[in-house]
Design a protein around this ligand. Structure first.
Ligand SMILES: [Zn+2]
Ligand SMILES: [Zn+2]
Length: 143
């Protein structure tokens, strides 16, 4: 992904922190701000957590990244935007996985607001991931 080009086409200035934030997110999708900050600091020791937050907010505002917040967790960021995909979240270990919707956006029908022009549906599927299921089974097997 050419982030420099994307930033320029949106009229956003290209700064080292901004690029490092995008690269960190591209390498580690579904990261929270503190994890992005760590990855950015590996490249730019002078980067501050405030600068990372400021850039995350600006990038969300411009639609270059997406922010979502599963219940009980920190806000999660990702560079995969505009495709109306959804998320699977493991209740046990907090693993987050992308899941594609099988229909075109918004892929769900709302019965309520008839005059509301809906273009996206944001869904979080909660459950137990395969490795936590296995762990659970082996624990039961031991007793
Ligand atoms: Zn799990
Ligand atoms: Zn995702």
């Amino acid at each position: 992904m050419d982030f420099q080009k994307q930033l320029k086409s949106l009229g956003m200035s290209v700064t080292p922190v901004r690029l490092a934030v995008l690269e960190a997110l591209n390498e580690n999708p579904h990261s929270e701000a503190s994890r992005i900050f760590q990855a950015v600091q590996d490249k730019l020791q002078t980067a501050s957590i405030q600068a990372v937050y400021k850039n995350l907010n600006a990038l969300v505002e411009h639609g270059l990244i997406k922010e979502f917040k599963p219940k009980g967790m920190s806000a999660i960021y990702e560079t995969r935007v505009g495709d109306n995909h959804h998320h699977l979240v493991c209740r046990s270990c907090g693993l987050i996985k992308d899941t594609d919707c099988i229909d075109t956006a918004p892929c769900l029908t709302s019965t309520d607001p008839k005059d509301f022009k809906i273009d996206e549906a944001e869904i979080i599927f909660w459950g137990i991931c395969p490795s936590c299921q296995n762990k659970h089974h082996s624990e039961i097997g031991e007793t």
